[in-house]
Design a protein around this ligand. Structure first.
Ligand code: GLN
Length: 456
């Protein structure tokens, strides 16, 4: 823990951490030492980890990357935080992220990182002029720059897989419902899912086994599936494995350098005895409009709780209750969050609900059906995580559509609730890391981690 705390202080320029509490960290580390000495240690005893600042924590402030939660301290820990602590992990701090997890580059955080007085971009350690990806950008940077042994992230439409890809690390989003959402600041509840990010699939398996499991009293969508040892089949042979290659993931939009790295990884799978099977996910392109209707719709509802009464920020000057709501929300939310609230309330409004929201829900079902159709001829699906390597900070400027379009390969699995992961595949333009995405059928996390481990 001391080693990582010192490293993190030496590399504050990367902007990965937004909160530290040395005293709390060292107390947890001493408790882990004691547990190891008395033989009562959990499977992660003493492992220094850090959490995306979207999980509420008692020992650290929680901001979700927003001014709206400035100064907020949760009276309880998120279930994922509790589970990892119960397994013995030591928490180093909280990690930067896009405001309410909305973003693909960590450029939407309104919070000053540790060592800064004002918000500053999170920097990709492979090239500090580039973004780390998002929304779990601080999480990916912390692992890539060795500022934590492993971390948590959340993935609503790609926020674990895409930053893992951009920073050359490994991350997995489990099947929707595997991990409890209790204490995860809600973005789009039917999509939000927690998962680990680490150097390797093996490390991810260790964390995932600790953080998953039913939480029926606190998250009504948590599945009644006992925690598993997701690392049980890491070394299984891949001989005979059928890997589906969706034609729609290899079209025009895919940068040649990313394609070359992904193709290279697929060749390695063939050498390991797997066969590549051409498949089709015909509604891949529709996943962008569908996601950017459903996620903002749910967000607009979830974010209504930030009204200046119960949490965090409250405007100083107001005349009556309505003006207090209005000013608090105008001051507290950033541009991207406001954009999503506007879109969300619009698509849910009377007269437009059928044309947008309902239509999107129907296509969401078809996207899920397309996957089931594909899994008739393959065991798992492989492709790129993102169409390009990490872009330059500021390159997408004020064009939110540029960010949205870059989510094309991660959104389909999110909409279907399927497990997906990113693992390092090679390098592309500018020597930047390229991730390979693996998507499995429901509850196939152990299989995905096995396939990833065999390539590492
Ligand atoms: N980039 C997507 C968005 O902005 C996904 C974010 C996420 O998975 N949290 O909504």
């Amino acid at each position: 823990a001391e080693h990582y705390l010192a490293r993190m202080q030496a590399h504050t320029r990367l902007g990965a951490y937004v909160a530290v509490n040395e005293e709390a960290t060292l107390a947890q580390a001493r408790a882990a030492d004691a547990a190891l000495a008395t033989g009562t240690a959990g499977p992660l005893a003493g492992v220094p980890i850090a959490h995306k600042d979207i999980f509420v924590t008692r020992d650290f402030p929680t901001t979700a990357g927003s001014r709206m939660l400035a100064g907020y301290r949760s009276p309880f820990d998120a279930t994922v935080v509790t589970r990892l602590a119960d397994a013995g992990a030591v928490t180093l701090g909280k990690l930067n992220c896009d405001e309410f997890a909305m973003g693909s580059a960590n450029e939407n955080s309104a919070v000053a990182p540790v060592g800064f007085d004002a918000p500053a971009p999170v920097r990709n350690p492979w090239d500090t002029a580039r973004v780390p990806g998002g929304s779990s950008g601080g999480s990916a940077v912390a692992v890539a720059a060795r500022l934590a042994a492993a971390v948590t992230g959340t993935d609503t439409g790609g926020s674990i897989r895409q930053p893992a890809s951009f920073c050359g690390i490994t991350g997995i989003k489990p099947t929707y419902g595997r991990a409890s959402r209790y204490g995860m600041v809600a973005f789009a509840s039917s999509l939000d899912q927690a998962g680990p990010m680490a150097r390797t699939a093996e490390d991810c398996a260790l964390l995932l086994s600790a953080l998953c499991g039913p939480d029926p009293d606190r998250d009504s969508t948590s599945l009644d599936r006992p925690a598993e040892d997701f690392g049980r089949s890491l070394n299984d042979s891949l001989a005979g494995l059928r890997i589906g290659i969706p034609a729609e993931f290899f079209g025009e939009g895919l940068a040649p350098d990313v394609r070359a790295a992904v193709d290279g990884a697929l060749k390695e799978y063939e050498k390991l005895g797997a066969t590549l099977v051409p498949i089709s996910l015909p509604r891949t392109e529709l996943s962008i409009p569908v996601y950017y209707i459903i996620a903002p719709a749910e967000a607009s509802s979830n974010l209504s709780r930030f009204d200046g009464v119960k949490f965090g920020h409250r405007a100083k000057d107001y005349t009556d209750l309505v003006s207090m709501y209005k000013r608090t929300r105008a001051e507290g939310f950033g541009d991207e969050v406001k954009r999503r609230i506007m879109i969300g309330t619009y698509v849910l409004s009377h007269g437009y609900y059928d044309a947008y929201y309902l239509q999107a829900q129907k296509i969401r079902r078809m996207i899920a059906d397309d996957f089931q159709n594909a899994f008739k001829s393959c065991d798992l699906i492989a492709g790129p995580v993102a169409p390009t390597v990490a872009w330059k900070i500021g390159e997408h400027g004020s064009d939110p559509l540029a960010d949205y379009l870059a989510d094309i390969f991660t959104l389909p699995a999110s909409l279907a609730g399927l497990p997906g992961m990113s693992l390092p595949a090679g390098f592309g333009e500018g020597g930047m890391p390229v991730g390979l995405q693996l998507i499995g059928n429901y509850f196939s996390e152990a299989r995905l981690l096995n396939a990833a481990h065999r390539l590492q």
